[in-house]
Design a protein around this ligand. Structure first.
Ligand code: ADP
Ligand code: ZN
Ligand code: ZN
Length: 798
């Protein structure tokens, strides 16, 4: 038998499946969806079996070395989904398969050098290396590369790659009884009176016939492991090694929550979802409801119905809102039936959560973007909360959007997809308006709680009145007021495009990264400037390189600066700062939030990461320090993102008994994104923004595709992009607009120049084929000359 295998050839990807002979002893094991180790040139590499055939068009096939799995890691549905991903994102199959699996299953290659002749054939210098063993790790021989290279050519040595699994399964010692309770009773009676401890153990197993972890048993009964060992020796008990899961929530208990009687509005919204579950219908619902309107309860009760039918549920939430509070809501309702997948887990933990799903030991997965590939086989619902979040789009290959994958999977499983949001993406709301998606609304907050009152403060006015600080007078007053009342405050700093940079006050010179086209960000803690794209670091110059002035220093308002200023205005306030610097350690994010919840601070100050999920009763004031910094980015979605963010931040205040107040500081108070976010008026915003999108031919009226070319040589980049642009123009219809070639918004990154070609189109059946042709045409240059061409269909970052 012949296996067709998609191989993981590092550096040189291809979508061709290679034929391998299946050795007889593996005939029953090898099947589609299994990972295998195969020889490829001089190496051994990982591959995925995608088909089994009786014949091959090729002679002299190599043999599969060994399987890496006992059961397929990709089922039929996921293999097909891999084809679909490849097609729609113009990526390679191998990366499509790998993105669907936990990183632990991506093979690690260990490079070694292997002796194949007698050791005496080697030159003397390297003989000692191979005296003891015939294989030496690559790292150990790098001093002798030239010599080794010669010997490899001579055929004395060989470079081998060993495929390594990334994680080990976690194993524990466990104890189980060898006898039934009646026989154990006999043992108990026969034990001498002084064998108290042994009696305890035997009694335990009379009551519990199941195996139990040794450590746990010892702790529970207060015996020593030698007591157990002696019973094992007597043949009463046996010791075994069991495989256990690493549980990221091991030391936590989740209080059971009961379903709430739904409000009339929730009933109305859940009706069509339940009907769709019941009748196995593929529908896409847009559940549009303000924060606090009870969407999550609708999700929970829909999932309950799915579980009752014996099916499974996938719930996606943005990484940033995958807080313990969020996890608690699902684990509290469904307990151990829930697996959780997010980037904070270790590789091993992710793998174990994934295997619980694969082995059908759980019914629900709650996770970030990649959880959309959960290997459930009987999906009854897919829920995407905060569906407008840009983090659902993967920014490297394969550049998929989780929403598209969800819809594709729902067709296979004939199940509903529920997209939830208080500020839906324009794409989704437009589809709902046209009836492509079914719109469900929850217009009111629970208990008719009022939305917080919002005040917009014009910072230009403040400046005119002589206030140069980053805090308006009304914000300072309100801060002092809340401190006095012992209520809590959230201060939000829109970090994007607002990082601190170093500038000369005299001539305006800004220190840029020498390799990328952006300013360096100043970090107070080590007083260094750092490039956020390539990591380049440097000291702040003492004098301006342009005009030699000494007045060169950092500008802008990072969170650290805000904290410092706060200290001057209200030194008595206790502040918790949440940004990339304070949350980089594992668990830090959660600890800071818990501290805040427990009232260990008055003010929570932070960036984007505090915009979501916070639901603390004592927060009565939310301050947005600068609403408009994001408006000026070269991105057609910048108004939409500003509106969403402001609406969301405002939603943090007054979610419980105490009424909330929001103060938004801005330099452009008249901008519709700011005004309408203050009113929480999504409908008006949608109307306004759609007009602009139509005028400028952006989504959702047009689709876009972005081709970015990069290389160290700017002339080459310009000419390749020019050729690509012409080629695309010649292939597409007159309705498509092909813009370019132009330098990208970030025109140089990591010392590579970047040019782009932007395509706006409505319906272009030839588009994918055209784009593929480009990749094929330049394949040679990409491999040999380091040219990079990336194609993003429906890009989220322009
Ligand atoms: P959303 O997901 O739209 O932000 P939630 O589901 O979190 O809204 O609901 C907001 C609050 O209202 C939560 O504290 C939740 O427990 C409560 N809640 C939701 N549905 C009901 C209900 N039917 N009866 C009583 N309380 C509810
Ligand atoms: Zn200067
Ligand atoms: Zn850089």
């Amino acid at each position: 038998m012949i296996a067709k295998v998609i191989v993981d050839v590092p550096a040189k990807q291809t979508d061709r499946a290679f034929d391998y002979h299946i050795p007889d002893h593996l005939a029953t094991v090898i099947q589609p969806g299994i990972r295998v180790v195969v020889p490829f040139g001089p190496r051994k590499i990982q591959g995925f079996v995608v088909g089994i055939h009786e014949k091959s068009d090729f002679d002299e096939l190599k043999e599969i070395v060994e399987p890496m799995d006992i059961a397929p890691v990709l089922n039929d549905e996921l293999l097909k989904l891999g084809d679909w991903l490849t097609e729609h994102t113009l990526s390679y199959k191998i990366s499509a398969y790998q993105v669907m699996l936990p990183p632990a299953l991506k093979a690690k290659y260990e490079k070694k050098i292997k002796l194949i002749s007698p050791v005496d054939d080697l030159p003397e210098e390297i003989r000692p290396l191979f005296q003891q063993k015939t294989e030496v790790p690559w790292e150990a021989v790098t001093d002798y590369l030239n010599l080794l290279h010669k010997e490899v050519l001579n055929g004395t040595l060989e470079v081998v790659y060993e495929v390594k699994e990334r994680v080990k399964k976690k194993k524990l010692k466990a104890i189980s009884p060898c006898m039934n309770p009646k026989e154990l009773q006999g043992i108990l009676d026969s034990l001498a009176a002084n064998a108290e401890k042994q009696k305890l153990v035997v009694e335990y197993f009379i009551d519990n016939q199941k195996s139990v972890e040794l450590r746990e048993l010892v702790a529970y009964l207060g015996v020593t492991s030698s007591t157990i060992t002696s019973l094992v020796k007597k043949g009463v008990l046996k010791e075994e090694v069991i495989e256990v899961y690493r549980d990221p929530y091991e030391n936590r208990t989740f209080e059971k929550t009961e379903r709430l009687p739904l409000t009339q509005e929730q009933e109305k919204a859940i009706g069509p979802i339940l009907a769709s579950i019941e009748e196995n219908r593929q529908n896409v619902f847009l559940l549009y409801g303000v924060t606090g309107s009870g969407k999550t309860e609708v999700y929970l009760q829909s999932i309950e119905q799915v579980i009752k039918k014996g099916k499974e549920a996938i719930v996606l939430v943005p990484e940033i809102s995958l807080t313990p509070q969020m996890v608690k809501r699902f684990k509290g309702r469904f307990g151990d039936e829930v697996a959780v997948l997010h980037s904070g887990l270790s590789v091993g933990e992710k793998y174990d959560e994934w295997r619980k799903i694969q082995r059908k030991e759980v019914k629900v997965v709650v996770g970030a973007r990649s959880a959309i590939f959960a290997p459930f086989e009987n999906i009854g619902i897919i829920i995407i909360d905060e569906e407008h979040e840009t983090s659902y789009k993967q920014e490297d290959n394969p550049r998929y959007h989780a929403r598209d994958v969800a819809i594709e999977r729902s067709k296979y499983h004939q199940c509903p997809v529920v997209l939830g949001s208080a500020t839906p993406s324009l794409e989704s709301f437009a589809r709902a308006s046209k009836g492509v998606y079914q719109l469900l609304s929850l217009p009111k907050r629970m208990n008719n709680q009022a939305l917080p009152s919002v005040e917009i403060v014009d910072m230009r006015e403040e400046l005119r009145e002589g206030n140069r600080s980053m805090f308006s007078r009304v914000l300072v007053e309100s801060l002092k007021d809340r401190l006095q009342k012992k209520e809590q405050i959230v201060l939000f700093l829109n970090k994007r495009g607002h990082s601190s940079f170093v500038m000369c006050r005299d001539c305006g010179y800004v220190v840029n990264c020498p390799y990328c086209d952006i300013s360096l960000t100043y970090h107070r803690f080590n007083q260094q400037m750092k490039c956020h794209y390539c990591g380049y670091e440097s000291n702040v110059p003492l004098r301006c390189p342009e005009c030699n002035s000494e007045h060169i220093r950092y500008f802008g308002t990072g969170t650290q600066k805000v904290e410092e200023e706060l200290g001057k205005i209200i030194p008595e306030a206790r502040v918790i700062r949440m940004d990339v610097d304070t949350t980089s350690r594992k668990g830090a994010h959660e600890r800071l939030l818990t501290d805040f919840q427990e009232g260990k601070a008055d003010i929570l100050l932070g960036t984007q990461m505090i915009a979501k999920g916070l639901d603390f009763p004592n927060i009565t004031l939310v301050g947005v320090l600068s609403a408009d910094t994001m408006l000026h980015l070269p991105d057609f979605r910048s108004s939409e993102k500003t509106f969403q963010l402001l609406t969301q931040v405002s939603g943090r205040a007054g979610r419980h008994e105490l009424p909330g107040e929001v103060i938004i500081q801005t330099y452009t108070p008249e901008h519709y994104s700011v005004e309408l976010a203050a009113e929480q008026n999504f409908d008006r915003f949608f109307e306004r923004e759609m007009l602009l999108r139509k005028m400028h031919q952006y989504p959702p009226y047009y689709y876009i595709a972005l081709i970015t070319v990069s290389h160290e040589n700017v002339a080459m980049v310009a000419s390749v992009t020019g050729n690509i642009t012409k080629f695309v123009q010649s292939k597409l219809s007159k309705e498509a607009h092909v813009l370019g070639p132009v330098a990208s918004p970030i025109s140089r990154m990591k010392n590579r120049y970047r040019y782009q070609c932007l395509i706006k189109y409505k319906r272009e059946p030839e588009l994918n084929k055209t784009l593929k042709t480009i990749l094929e045409h330049y394949q040679q240059e990409m491999v040999s000359k380091g040219l990079q061409i990336s194609i993003d269909v429906n890009p989220y970052i322009l």
